[in-house]
Design a protein. Structure first.
Length: 69
């Protein structure tokens, strides 16, 4: 199941929020959700407008590489 990711506001790195979705409208997430960033270790709050679904970000080459054993 694809991960929900945001850009870390401290480092700019793409980081997983700890949430996954198969078919979910991120615009429906209007209340902030928080998580501890695995990159900078700070607590970040995010809303749907801040987030992306991981598979939408992947290119065909990255997808093929991920499927190669």
């Amino acid at each position: 199941m694809p991960r929900i990711i945001i850009s870390c506001p401290t480092t700019g790195a793409e980081v997983p929020t700890g949430h996954r979705t198969q078919d979910f409208d991120l615009a429906a997430v209007v209340e902030p959700r928080s998580f501890r960033c695995p990159v900078c270790h700070q607590i970040h709050a995010w809303r749907g407008v801040d987030a992306r679904v991981e598979h939408a970000e992947m290119t065909a080459g990255a997808t093929a590489a991920a499927l190669t054993p």
